[in-house]
Design a binder for this molecule. Sequence first.
Ligand SMILES: Nc1ncnc2c1ncn2[C@@H]1O[C@H](COP(=O)(O)OP(=O)(O)OP(=O)(O)O)[C@@H](O)[C@H]1O
Ligand SMILES: [Mg+2]
Length: 348
Amino acid sequence: LLIPDLTDLHQVYPPAKLGGPELGLIGQSFAIQEVRDAIDRLKQVDSMVLLLGESGTGKEVVARAIHKSSDRANQRFDAINCGAIPEALLESELFGHKRGAFTDAKADRKGIFELCTNGTLLLDEIGDMPLMLQMKLLRVLQEWEVTPVGSSVPVKIKTRVISATHHDLKSEAHAKQFREDLYYRLSIVMIHLPPLRERLEDVPVLSAHFLDGLKKRFNREVRPLSPSVLNRMLKHHWPGNVRELQNALERAVVMSRNGELDSKDIFAHLCPVVKESVPEPERNAFDSSLYHWPLTEAKLEFERNYLKFHLTTSRGQIPEVADKSGRYKADVYRLLSRHGIDQTCFRN
Ligand SMILES: Nc1ncnc2c1ncn2[C@@H]1O[C@H](COP(=O)(O)OP(=O)(O)OP(=O)(O)O)[C@@H](O)[C@H]1O
Ligand SMILES: [Mg+2]
């Protein structure tokens, strides 16, 4: 593993090699170089691309880079999270609706496909798209026309479609949890972003890039990471991938005295969450006060307790937590990172 001296980083890796500010895709690992190469080859064509990778690995960054390097660069780029919008609304968000199509449809409204017809549309979390809509989406991607809800007149579109997911979509397609025909349609070009732990060579360059931004944002002097801090960082599992790294560095910069970054601050998110509340699932999970919370917060609170409960009973063993919760391991890692929970704190 090559660990460059961060003081000289920008001399060792001129901006172009770092990915170039124009693409915003930083990294010197073989994997990232291959991604950059793929983006370059996609310049002239608008084939569909499926982006795969754990949460926080940079799927959206890559989608934007594909857009920026294409001849659609001056047009719209939009991302829609197919997992976060209720099914009934999602169809209208994607394909639009006619006035009166449903109770709240006070006027005609264009969907994101149509709005983005000359640009690029990222269908994020495509793995979470309801099966009913998968069928409609497949038809859109075959005919290149959308039919707004409540209308029978299709509208032609030329949208460039990129989709992204942290799911193992191929296995899901084989298991009939995701439409196989849609999977093949979406995955004409597939780009996989490996987790950060499998490309640790990117940690120093990404850190330098983020620290540079933080220095400017907070207008602070920040010293380069010391070799011991960097070493500690290279031993970390990074379940939240690049996003976790970015947040960790921001915290360390905010907490730093005289510009010195401390690994305690970088990893401060790992254990305090657990210290502050030892899980008491029986009491918390069904705590009736949750009924008085907004639904989103109540769900998150439940999810947090649920994870801590299974981490405690399985002593931090992710495969066991995945098994008990009926999720993929990658999903469990993603949830833990979302809640800032470190499974290693449950090992003893
Ligand atoms: N190679 C990279 N160069 C620069 N910044 C990056 C890179 N990869 C990720 N990031 C940054 O890390 C954060 C997470 O990236 P992004 O949102 O693209 O991840 P994602 O794979 O879409 O995650 P999720 O599945 O959770 O949506 C962003 O702030 C992004 O700017
Ligand atoms: Mg994303």
